[in-house]
Structures are given as C-alpha cells and as structure tokens.
Design a protein around this ligand. Structure first.
Ligand code: NAD
Ligand code: FES
Length: 274
C-alpha cells in the first residue's frame, strides 16, 4: 500500500499527488516513470515521476484526468492508499554536461521536462526551458521550471500568457536567430516531451538545423516490463518497446505516424468503460 500524503489540483485537468514510497524515491532518476494499480480490479497506468524527496521517502506524480482510471486516481484524497506502485521504470535520461540544452515541454509533459531540466542544470549545462499550454490556466510548474532554467520562455496557444503560439514557434525563432548569427551556437541537445504531435513538430524542426533531439515516448503500456508488446514503437526502422528500451529515443528516428495510430488502438474499449 502506498499512502497519499498530499494532493493538489494544479488546474481543472491536472492533479498532483505526493505519495509515500521510500524505495522508489531512493532510486528515482530523471526521465523514469512508475506504473500504478489503484486496487485489485484496477488497470495498470504509467505515470511520470515528476519529483521525489529521498529524505522524506516521497514521490510526486502528476496526472491528467483523461480516462476512467486517471479520474479514479485523481478522486483519491490525502490519507487514501494506492494498492501498488511499480518503479522506477524505464532508462533514466542520459544526463551529461553538453554545454547548452533546450528543454521543451508541452501541457502535462512539463511534469516530466521539469526533473530532466533540473538534472541537466545540476550536471553544469546552461538550460533554456520552453514550456507551453493551451491557455494560462492550464500551464503547470512555471515556478519550478524558473528555478532550474537559466532562461524560461512560456507560450500559450490562445495568447493568454507569454508568447502566443506553440512551443515550436519559440523554438523556431531561437534556431533562426542562431542560424543568422556568427556569435551564437546551436544547443547541443533539444529534449522534448508532450503530445505526440508536438514531439513530432519539434523533431522535424530541429532536423532542419541538425540539432540532436531526444523525445520521451508515451505508447500504450500494459505490463511495462517488456513482456506484452503493447508499447511497441518503430525507431530507426527497428521495433523497440517504450517501457524497457525507452522512454527516451532519438526524435529524428521515431515513426510518429505509427505511434499516433497505435495510441488510438483501444479508444473503442475505453469509451465503453463508464
Ligand atoms: P496540449 O494538447 O494542451 O498541448 C500542449 C502544448 O503542446 C501546446 O500548448 C503547444 O505548445 C504544443 N503543441 C500542441 N500541438 C502542437 C503542434 N501541432 N505543433 C507544435 N506544438 C504543439 O497537451 P496536453 O493536453 O497537456 O497533453 C495531451 C497529450 O499529451 C495527452 O494525450 C498525453 O497522453 C500526452 N502526453 C505525453 C507525454 C509523453 O510521455 N510524451 C507526457 C504527458 C502527456
Ligand atoms: Fe508491455 Fe512495454 S508495456 S512490453
């Protein structure tokens, strides 16, 4: 049993829960995730490790209330228990001192870009954060991102806060300025996480400028241990499993079309669950 210590509604769609889990907190690294099972009849859902406190033995999970189980999870209160949490899972993000790294987060993907940005900053990089949401009220973790980024740019689709437009618009502006300049260099790496369409757009853009890009994929997962094959993706023409080979992959080599298609595999079944 894993006790919920704190619960906070970050906005109308996204809930943050802090859960007691000393073992996972002691091992967690940026880029990893957990699988939670609410109770004996519950489905397994992967959730990003958004933060952890090794001293207090707590992990922070951030979830978007999109389906039956995420809504049930978000309805729990402080003091309630989650039956099982498995993790940390997946390979941690490869963190090294590269010089300058751009960390791009879209919507609820900011929950994962935060620990990755912090890890790159701790490794000595200059970190430029670009985070975006559909509107100001849906933007999460602005303060936490400010604390770990040397420079933070914010976008909203509707222009209610920061730059009006997508995160890719700001990224494109940066890359175009660098292209024309003799003083500045392209970043050593762009790390992007968010909706598939956003990760694809970031990867297509950075490919033009030859900037290495890592994306964190979110295929449908069932066992999350490499056994079931449900998280199958194609990267560089080869089949990989998001759960055990990822979740980070070279964005220039991901078959995003296939990923988008496979994410819709269980839409009919999901609609039947009340
Ligand atoms: P959203 O649709 O609100 O988009 C968030 C931001 O992404 C936008 O504000 C914009 O800046 C950018 N974006 C969206 N579409 C774009 C496009 N066509 N081109 C360029 N940029 C674009 O995101 P949301 O509602 O928070 O998340 C939606 C989806 O993201 C969910 O389906 C969820 O499963 C997925 N997700 C993926 C991961 C992951 O592991 N990759 C993590 C969290 C969420
Ligand atoms: Fe089953 Fe990855 S979720 S193999």
């Amino acid at each position: 049993m894993y006790k919920i210590i704190e619960k906070k509604e970050l906005n109308q769609e996204v809930t943050e829960i802090i859960v007691e889990s000393p073992l996972i907190a002691s091992k967690a690294k940026a880029g990893q995730f957990v699988v939670s099972i609410l109770d004996d009849t519950g489905e397994r859902i992967p959730l990003t490790l958004a933060d952890w406190d090794r001293d207090l033995g707590r992990i922070t999970l951030i979830l978007q209330k999109v389906g039956f189980t995420t809504k049930r999870l978000a309805a729990l209160k402080a003091g309630d228990d989650i039956e099982h949490i498995l993790g940390p899972l997946g390979h941690p993000t490869e963190i090294e001192n590269l010089g300058e790294v751009y960390c791009v987060g879209g919507g609820v993907g900011i929950a994962e870009v935060y620990p990755v940005s912090r890890a790159f900053k701790d490794a000595g990089n200059r970190v430029v954060g670009i985070i975006g949401a559909r509107s100001k009220d849906l933007l999460i973790l602005e303060k936490k991102m400010k604390d770990v980024c040397d420079e933070l740019l914010i976008t909203t689709d509707d222009g209610s806060y920061g730059h009006k437009g997508f995160v890719t618009d700001v990224l494109k502006d940066f890359l175009e300025v660098i292209e024309k300049s003799t003083q500045t260099k392209y970043p050593a790496l762009v790390y992007a996480i968010g909706p598939v369409v956003m990760m694809q757009a970031v990867s297509e853009l950075t490919k033009v400028y030859g900037v290495k890009t890592i994306v964190s994929l979110n295929p449908v997962m069932v066992d999350a241990t490499g056994m079931c094959g449900s998280c199958r993706c194609t990267v560089d023409g080869k089949t990989v499993f998001g759960c055990v080979d990822g979740p980070d992959f070279d964005g220039h080599k991901v078959d995003f079309k296939e990923l988008e298609k496979r994410l819709k595999l269980f839409v009919t079944q999901e609609r039947k669950v009340k």
